[in-house]
Design a binder for this molecule. Structure first.
Ligand SMILES: O=P(O)(O)OC[C@H]1O[C@](O)(COP(=O)(O)O)[C@@H](O)[C@@H]1O
Ligand SMILES: [Mg+2]
Ligand SMILES: [Mg+2]
Length: 346
C-alpha cells in the first residue's frame, strides 16, 4: 500500500531545502491550496448553483467577466488576506493591484499575481479550466505600503509558481525552483496528495496546440511551423496531432505530461499577443523550464522579458524543448525581428 503524502506535509518537508525558511512561503502555498479546494467545490457543481454565466461586468482587458471569474478571484484574495503572508495581489480580474490590509498581511513579505479562473470561455461547457499563480518577494520594505512596482518584476524573480487544473480530477502543480511536483485532490479526505513527483516534460512531443482559426493572421514563421507539424515524415513522428482545449492551463498540463508545444502568437486582434505576461505566461514558463522545457516569445526567454505593466501581454511558444527550438528557428527564418523589439512581441 503506498503511503499518501499531502501537499501540506510535502511543503513542510521541502522547507528544509531553504536553510533560512521561516515557513512563510509554506503557509502561502497552503493558503492557495485552501482557496483552490473551495473554488473546485463550486466548479464541480456549477450546473446546480447560480454560478454559471456572465457577471455583467467587464475587466481591464475588456473581457466580460463570468460569475466564476469573480467568485474565484474573491476566494483567492480572501484566503491570501487571512493567511497573512501576502501583502499585495495582482489579478486578471482587478485593474489595479489589490492591497491586502488585514492586521497580518500588511507585513506580508510576498506578492502574488494570479489568474483566478483561466479558460473562462469553457466554464459553461464543462471543459477543464484552471488557476495560475506566481509568487514574488516584495521589493518595498515592510514599513512602506506595497504598490504596483512590487509586481513589475521579471519572471526570473519568481520564488514560486504553479497552477491548478480543474478537470476530470483536480490537480495542483507547483515549483519553488527545485523541480515540479503535482498533487491530486482526494475529495474523500479533502487533501491534495502527491501523485506526480518530479514532473519532466519530454524533450520531443507530437502534439501542437494553437487556435488555427486565426491562421491567416499569424506571422509567417508560425504558419511555416504549423505546416512543418503537418508534413508526413515517419522518422520525425510527423504529422503531429493538433489538440486545443482553449484553456491554457489544461493545454499546458496535457503537454507537460505527454510532450507538446502550445503557441499563442500575435494576431490581428492581439498584435502584442493575447496572454498576460505577469500571471499567465511567467508562472507557466517557470513550471515548464523547471520540468526541462522551454518558454519564449519566439525570440526571447519569457522569464527574461521586462515587465512594465501589470496587465502586459506577450505571445508565447512553450513546451517540449526541441519543439520550441524548431518553432524559434522558423520564426528567425520567416518572421525575423530586430533584437530591440524582441521583448515586445513578434
Ligand atoms: O479563444 P482563444 O483566442 O483561442 O483564447 C484562448 C485562450 O484565452 C484564455 O482563455 C485566456 O485566459 P482567461 O480565460 O483567463 O481570460 C486562455 O486560457 C486560452 O488559452
Ligand atoms: Mg487566463
Ligand atoms: Mg482568467
Amino acid at each position: 500500500m503506498t503511503v499518501v503524502k499531502t501537499l501540506g506535509q510535502f511543503i513542510i518537508e521541502k522547507q528544509a531545502d531553504f536553510p533560512y525558511a521561516k515557513g512563510e512561503l509554506s503557509r502561502l502555498l497552503r493558503d492557495i491550496g485552501i482557496a483552490a479546494k473551495i473554488v473546485n467545490r463550486e466548479i464541480n457543481k456549477a450546473g446546480l448553483v447560480d454560478i454559471l454565466g456572465e457577471a455583467g461586468t467587464v475587466n481591464v482587458q475588456g473581457e466580460s467577466q463570468k460569475k466564476l471569474d469573480i467568485y474565484a478571484n474573491e476566494q483567492f484574495i480572501s484566503a491570501l488576506e487571512s493567511g497573512g503572508e501576502c501583502c499585495l495581489v495582482a489579478s486578471e480580474e482587478n485593474e489595479e493591484v489589490v492591497l491586502l490590509n488585514s492586521k497580518f498581511s500588511k507585513n506580508g513579505k510576498y506578492i502574488v499575481a494570479i489568474d483566478p479562473l483561466d479558460g473562462s470561455s469553457n466554464i459553461e461547457v464543462n471543459v477543464a479550466v484552471g488557476t495560475t499563480f506566481s509568487i514574488y518577494r516584495r521589493k518595498t520594505d515592510v514599513s512602506e505600503e506595497p504598490n504596483e512596482s512590487d509586481v513589475l518584476q521579471k519572471g526570473t524573480e519568481q520564488v514560486a509558481a504553479g497552477y491548478i487544473v480543474y478537470g476530470s480530477s483536480t490537480m495542483l502543480v507547483y515549483t519553488t525552483g527545485k523541480g515540479v511536483n503535482g498533487f491530486t485532490l482526494d475529495p474523500s479526505i479533502g487533501e491534495f496528495c502527491l501523485s506526480h513527483p518530479n514532473m519532466r516534460i519530454p524533450e520531443d512531443g507530437t502534439i501542437y496546440s494553437i487556435n488555427e482559426g486565426y491562421y491567416t493572421h499569424f506571422p509567417e514563421g508560425v504558419k511555416k511551423y504549423i505546416k512543418y507539424c503537418q508534413v508526413h515524415d515517419k522518422e520525425t513522428n510527423r504529422p503531429y496531432t493538433s489538440r486545443y482545449i482553449g484553456s491554457m492551463v489544461a493545454d499546458l498540463h496535457r503537454n507537460l505530461i505527454r510532450g507538446g508545444i502550445f503557441i499563442y502568437p500575435t494576431t490581428a486582434a492581439n498584435p502584442q499577443g493575447k496572454l498576460r505576461l505577469v500571471y499567465e505566461c511567467n508562472p507557466l514558463a517557470f513550471i515548464i523550464e523547471q520540468a526541462g522545457g522551454l518558454a519564449t516569445n519566439g525570440v526571447k526567454r519569457i522569464l527574461d522579458i521586462e515587465v512594465n505593466k501589470v496587465h502586459q501581454r506577450s505571445c508565447i511558444f512553450i513546451g517540449s524543448k526541441n519543439m520550441v527550438l524548431k518553432a524559434e528557428e522558423m520564426m528567425r527564418e520567416y518572421s525575423p525581428v530586430a533584437d530591440t523589439e524582441a521583448s515586445v512581441a513578434v
